[in-house]
Design a protein around this ligand. Structure first.
Ligand code: DAH
Length: 338
């Protein structure tokens, strides 16, 4: 009897050390099979229990079960340890913080263009476009601008070569649109414009405008005022007021400049509106009959209004931006804020 127990004890020691020493999954499996498997050492001993006398057999059986339990617990723990150490050696540190991904966004100027477009779309306007590089016919002549007008000067306009220039406003899109379709015409045309201005807080040699044009029979200045006021209120809220002041543009008659009530002080007067209560937006007017003649429209039959607007100015007011150059520097620290 004690011989059998001695045998069990020595096999237990052997098995414990084999399992303990297993350095990978394979050798652990081999060790477990050798002792715990169906044809392993413990199975063999369990068959020998039958040769023991009635008194010793239960004791030896209990001891055998105890050993089996201890060995399988240890094998399980060792398997977990090995799996854990494999993770560490795979070179992945699960405690490192994740990598931040930067999401691109639309430039604030184009966000404003999108907003302007959606407001005018809601009022039935289509979107038109023209080239940035224009001829002096589209940029000046067809818009009834005299040969000696100061805006044609080299000091105001970027010329590519004689007669070819970077458009100084979006108004040439009016001409291209009227040349290509018959009235009624109802379009807006957002886009880049260029002028030979020295950059400062309120000037940039490249800037954005949005043109508007509506031509049909019996279009009036009252229609123009209505559309600009609706636009201002959709853009900046129902308390907005709009004021028209007489002005001159070669391509409209009569012409006006229009102002929005100050978005900051609501018209009371503040630093942004220079204590006038008003913010200058751009010009507008009734399309000059000379412009209709240039595109082959009958000025006796049709009337129309046109307007421009400064997209940079509106963007700066929407987002409280104090310097137009920020819109063109493309510093990501600035752009990430929108
Ligand atoms: N093109 C003018 C500018 O750049 C703005 C403008 C004024 C556009 C009157 C118009 C208009 O369509 O009717 O200052």
């Amino acid at each position: 009897m004690s011989e059998f127990i001695d045998l069990l004890n020595s096999i237990e020691r052997e098995a414990l050390s084999a399992i303990e020493k297993a350095a990978d999954k394979n050798s652990l499996e081999n060790a477990s099979n050798a002792f715990l498997g169906r044809k392993g050492r413990l199975a063999e001993l369990s068959r020998q229990l039958g040769t023991l006398d009635n008194e010793s057999r239960p004791k030896a059986g209990a001891r055998l079960n105890e050993i089996r339990k201890r060995l399988s617990d240890l094998a399980e723990t060792r398997a977990l340890q090995l799996a854990g150490s494999e993770k560490t050696f795979s070179g992945i540190d699960h405690t490192l913080p994740g990598r931040r991904s930067f999401v691109g966004r639309r430039h604030p100027l184009l966000q404003t263009v999108d907003l302007i477009v959606s407001i005018f779309r809601g009022m039935g306007f289509a979107v038109a476009a023209g080239p940035d590089i224009e001829t002096d016919f589209y940029n000046f002549d067809a818009l009834n601008t005299p040969e000696d007008h100061p805006s044609r000067d080299l000091s105001d306009t970027f010329y590519v070569e004689k007669g070819i220039l970077l458009r100084t406003h979006t108004s040439p899109v009016q001409i291209r649109t009227m040349q290509s379709q018959k009235p009624p015409v109802r379009i807006i045309a957002p886009g880049r414009c260029y002028r030979s201005d020295a950059p400062d807080a309120s000037h940039s040699p490249v800037f954005y405008q949005c043109e508007g044009l509506y031509v049909d029979e019996r279009v009036t200045f009252g229609d123009l005022k209505g559309v600009i006021i609706s636009f201002a209120r959709e853009l900046f809220g129902p308390d907005m007021n709009v004021r028209f002041r007489p002005h001159f543009f070669p391509f409209t008659e009569p012409s006006a400049e229009y102002d929005f009530s100050c978005v900051l002080c609501g018209g009371k007067g503040c630093r942004v509106c220079k204590y006038s209560g008003w913010l200058e937006i751009s010009g507008a007017g009734m399309v000059d009959p000379e412009v209709f003649k240039a595109v082959g429209y009958d000025p006796e039959k049709y009337t129309g209004y046109a307007f421009g607007m400064g997209v940079d100015r509106i963007t700066m007011l929407r987002f409280s931006i104090g310097d137009i150059r920020l819109l063109y520097d493309n510093d990501v620290r600035f752009l990430r804020q929108f």
